[in-house]
Design a protein around this ligand. Sequence first.
Ligand SMILES: C[S@@+](CC[C@H](N)C(=O)[O-])C[C@H]1O[C@@H](n2cnc3c(N)ncnc32)[C@H](O)[C@@H]1O
Length: 337
Amino acid sequence: MNATMSLEKTKHYPVMLNQILSIISPQHGGTFVDCTFGGGGYSEAILKFPKTKVIAIDRDKLTYKYADVLLKKFPRRFNFFQEKFSNISKIVQENLKPRAIIFDLGLSSYQLSDEERGFSFESKNFLNMEMGINKYSAYDVVNTLDKEYLAIIIKILGEEKDGRIIANKIDKYRRKKTIKTSHELASIIKEAKRNYNKYKKNPATKTFQAIRIFVNQELTELMTGLIGAAKILSNGGILVVISFHSLEDRIIKNFLNLYSNLKKNPSRYVPLKENNTSLFKLVSKKPLLPDINEIKQNIRSRSGKLRYGIRNNNSFFYPNEFKNKFIKYFKLEDGIV
Ligand SMILES: C[S@@+](CC[C@H](N)C(=O)[O-])C[C@H]1O[C@@H](n2cnc3c(N)ncnc32)[C@H](O)[C@@H]1O
């Protein structure tokens, strides 16, 4: 199957679109940055409001297919960059004063169902897992990475307790034969997790997550992207982030809490204090979740968590506290344990 065919087959539903629109209120016009363009669901919905402009970013070159449609339809109000969002502060000029910067993390349905990318357990194509603009593929990682390092990646980035057992099994296999496909990798992991309850998720889920995150340096991208967005946003600008797994959500939650008007609450009986060195005003410390109707229509939305903060007037300062807290992810994804 070629990539274009699989792209046509799948429908992508923009997750929590109604909540996003009510937070960013595009009816008032302004410039919006869509950091994860994908199939263009958010960008298109924003551009339906006449006084808006959208700057969209996606690292995947296949998203040009969708960007071209909007470039033709809205030549003066839409701009697209095939880039990583960690470069946001180079792409978006600070004086543009975006009303909102939006991140909808992870993979699009198009990428997931594209057999050639090797994101799915069944894919018998080349073990790739690249979103775009990568240094290496999953094939390189599982076939060449040091066994100990592989175990750490699976354990930390997949939150997989059997990281070591799985890495050993992979190592044993690759000494005899190169691991070429995702299907082959999923079978090796299944073998390593023989006692896995068959009614739970696929036993390779966590390891696939770990390898995908590592190949795409997803946590470094997220942390750098959030810092870049905080730099660009000006008073009243809104940062909106949707995440789909706990590692990402923990980073976003910490970022917003550390740089928010609400200090950590020492006890639930003590009222929350204002933080003078904040960058964001938070309406709530709790994430918004998709409603049951959305989950019924689009099962992928079920693990979505939306958090947002409104930028205040304080000047940007480099968030060292945040970087130090998560330095282990920067190091891990950079190859330094
Ligand atoms: C969940 S999809 C976004 C779907 C989009 N909101 C829509 O409505 O169609 C995530 C997209 O973000 C892109 N992406 C993920 N990480 C990225 C990064 N670090 N830089 C740029 N794009 C990224 C992926 O390539 C994918 O197309």
